[in-house]
Unconditional design. Structure first.
Length: 130
C-alpha cells in the first residue's frame, strides 16, 4: 500500500514539474506586446495554482500528506509568482503610458515628436524624428 502512495506522490510531483516548465516555453515567443505577455504568464500561474490547490485538497481527502504538502507548496509558489507578474505588468503599463504621454523626447541628440495616425478607424501614436 505504501508503494501506491509513493507512486501517486511521485506522479503528482512530476505533473507539477511538467506544468511549471510550460511558462519557460512561452517565454521564447515574440515579445512585441510586453503587457500581453505578462497577462499570459499571470494566467498560467493562476491555472497552475488552481491545479496545485486541487491536488492539495485531493491529498487532504485521501489522507496522503505527501500529495497534500506538494499541492499546497505548488499553490503557494504559484500565488507568489502570480503576484510578482501582476506587479510587473502594472509597471510595464505605467512606463508605456508615461512614454506616450510626452509630446517629444530626445535620444542621441535627435528629437522625436509624437504624431497621431489613424489606421482602420483606430488612433495610434507614433514617434517621428524631427
Amino acid at each position: 500500500m505504501k508503494s501506491k502512495q509513493l507512486c501517486a506522490g511521485m506522479g503528482a510531483v512530476l505533473s507539477i514539474a511538467g506544468t511549471l516548465a510550460a511558462p519557460l516555453a512561452a517565454a521564447a515567443q515574440d515579445k512585441k506586446d510586453e503587457s500581453g505577455h505578462r497577462q499570459q504568464t499571470k494566467n498560467q500561474w493562476r491555472n497552475i495554482g488552481i491545479g496545485s490547490a486541487g491536488l492539495g485538497l485531493l491529498g487532504l481527502l485521501k489522507h496522503d500528506n505527501t500529495i497534500m504538502f506538494a499541492g499546497a507548496a505548488g499553490a503557494l509558489y504559484s500565488a507568489n509568482r502570480y503576484e510578482q507578474d501582476r506587479k510587473s505588468q502594472s509597471k510595464v503599463d505605467h512606463a508605456r503610458a508615461d512614454y506616450f504621454s510626452r509630446k517629444s523626447f530626445t535620444r542621441d541628440g535627435k528629437v522625436y515628436e509624437r504624431k497621431t495616425i489613424t489606421k482602420n478607424g483606430k488612433q495610434y501614436y507614433q514617434f517621428v524624428r524631427k
